[in-house]
Design a protein around this ligand. Structure first.
Ligand code: ATP
Ligand code: MG
Length: 287
């Protein structure tokens, strides 16, 4: 079942100025409940502009956004509701931490929703667990934490609002490998345990391969592909023509294929890679 539907959206920045730019061009797309979706595309392709439409941070110049079948711009109330239904985590969200303690920062969103103190505390506890934040950190100032911990606290703050759809704009950007893996685990766990839809932007194809069920590719404000991760990464040549790469492991298989090894081209997962290589070795042993 679809949770969000984007219908024929066009968005223009700087209308009536010499800097007018059509950032989205008549885009339509449907996001299914419970899916983990990656949005990729080179810089300026319209990824952030599209995502900011999903919770009403931007109003389409033309077209509609439907949440569970209802136009989010129907009334003032429905736009406000869209902000809670669709949680938005900006790039470098840790820059927006401002409260005196980690606990208060995570509680900020739920408090804004007008929930009871009891419910707020429950949600902070839950989100803290998802984010793998040790409860001993809750009373600390967010500014005493490491970069990776700050990022997870900021994401936990959005998760604590229990949005039906969680949007993350480049959630792993600028983190070291350890911090990055922790954020990937956090997103995976949240998606599996809550069944919420997650949409994230990434420039890193290995992150996309390890997380996404489905991949949406934007180019110059238009959708050029929207398919399962497997189908998208099997089109290495088309990705290259869009100046996009493939996961390292897919690249390895593509290169081996070009050197004459009989291997599948749609591999992006270590277990599948192992099985394909073993099968190749077995076949060669028989020859
Ligand atoms: N506030 C703004 N005012 C004017 N033009 C903008 C504004 N924000 C974005 N744009 C333009 O709209 C187009 C799409 O930008 P957008 O930020 O959505 O791209 P993106 O895919 O998120 O890029 P990146 O990977 O760099 O984050 C670009 O041409 C960009 O220059
Ligand atoms: Mg962006």
């Amino acid at each position: 079942m679809s949770i969000l539907e984007v219908k024929n959206i066009t968005y223009v920045y700087g209308e009536g100025t010499p800097f007018r730019i059509e950032a989205l061009k008549n885009i339509s797309v449907t996001f299914e409940k419970g899916e983990l979706i990656a949005v990729i595309g080179h810089t300026g392709s319209g990824k952030s502009t599209l995502l900011m439409h999903l919770n009403g941070l931007l109003k389409p110049t033309a077209g509609k956004v439907l949440y569970e079948g209802k136009d989010i711009w129907e009334s003032k109330k429905s736009v406000k509701q869209a902000r809670f239904n669709v949680g938005y985590c900006f790039q470098y969200p840790e820059h927006q931490l401002f409260e005196s303690s980690v606990q208060r920062d995570i509680a900020f969103g739920p408090r804004n929703m007008g929930l009871s103190e009891e419910e707020i505390n429950l949600r902070v506890q839950e989100a803290t667990q998802f984010a793998g934040i040790d409860s001993s950190l809750l009373q600390k100032s967010p500014f005493e934490l490491s970069g990776g911990e700050k990022r997870r606290v900021a994401i936990a703050g959005v998760m604590a609002m229990k949005p039906g759809v969680l949007i993350l704009d480049e959630p792993t950007a600028g983190l070291d490998p350890k911090g990055k893996n922790a954020v990937i685990e956090l997103i995976k766990n949240y998606n599996i345990q809550t069944g919420s839809t997650v949409i994230f932007v990434s420039h890193n194809m290995d992150d996309v391969a390890s997380l996404a069920d489905r991949v949406l590719i934007l180019s110059e404000g238009q959708i050029v592909m929207y398919d399962t991760a497997k189908n998208v990464f099997s089109r290495g040549k088309q990705l290259a023509s869009l100046a996009l790469g493939v996961p390292e492991i897919t690249q390895l298989f593509l290169s081996m294929g070009e050197r004459g090894f009989d291997l599948p081209v749609d591999i992006f997962d270590i277990e599948e890679a192992k099985a394909a290589l073993l099968s190749l070795l077995r076949r060669q042993a028989h020859d």
